[in-house]
Write a protein that binds this ligand. Structure first.
Ligand code: NI
Ligand code: MN
Length: 229
């Protein structure tokens, strides 16, 4: 099936999506990521999507994009910062969508910060809502606290939601449960936990709670594992 979509979690909030022939990396944090042994020179990318400027999200974007010539997609501020480093970019902003060969990608709000590693202004942080060419809808929340407009995002009909549950920097397990109730996804993958002690969580216990209190199914991946949609 040419349009098969494969989501892979590399640990923390580093992900990839293979949509048909397109290889997407999202928040490619490999160097210094305690959750993966994969090196940035081992990954391929046609597109790199960046939710916000923090080091554990912009990660190895510059080196990977230089090697692969991937198109970097982010908000206007981060796109300008990457363009100044000689990378190919496409700037979008929150609420705006654009059609790519891998589908229609919209930037969603996120409640968080977005300073870049050198202190540059990184604009507002974002999440991604992707509708693939065969109409699968994937929501990657990025780093965020709970917000009521997740209800509006949920109204679009989500097949897979990828949500932070680590607490401290983002939603913790309780607010992530409330997020699932607003988003109403068919499936949920928890991320942004267990990278460091300060965000230690039990994803299996969270799965039990979600599946008891909502209609959503939780898929707990180990770093490096994939889900085919
Ligand atoms: Ni962050
Ligand atoms: Mn983070």
């Amino acid at each position: 099936d040419a349009m098969e979509t494969i989501y892979t979690w590399y640990g923390h909030a580093t992900h990839s999506l293979k949509v048909g022939e397109s290889q997407l990396l999202i928040d490619p944090y490999f160097s210094g990521n305690p959750a993966t042994t994969l090196k940035p020179e081992q990954v391929s990318a046609d597109y790199i999507l960046i939710t916000h400027g923090h080091g554990d999200h912009i990660g190895d974007t510059v080196s990977i994009a230089k090697r692969t010539d991937a198109l970097c997609v982010s908000n206007a501020e981060i796109s300008a910062w990457l363009r100044d480093k000689g990378l190919r970019t496409h700037a979008q902003h929150i609420g705006g969508g654009h059609r790519y060969p891998f589908g229609y990608l919209k930037l969603t709000p996120a409640l968080h910060g977005s300073a870049l590693p050198d202190g540059s202004y990184g604009g507002n942080p974002a999440g991604f809502l992707l509708t693939t060419p065969d109409e699968k809808r994937i929501y990657i929340a990025g780093d965020t606290g709970l917000f009521g407009d997740m209800q509006l995002i949920g109204d679009e009909g989500i097949d897979l939601a990828v949500l932070p549950i680590g607490d401290n920097y983002t939603m913790g397990p309780d607010d992530a449960l409330r997020a699932v109730k607003l988003l109403r996804p068919k499936m949920v993958i928890p991320v942004h936990y267990n990278t460091w002690e300060v965000i230690a969580q039990d994803p299996q216990a969270w799965k039990v709670r979600i599946e008891a209190e909502t209609e959503s199914k939780v898929i707990v991946l180990a770093p490096g594992e994939s889900l085919s949609l």
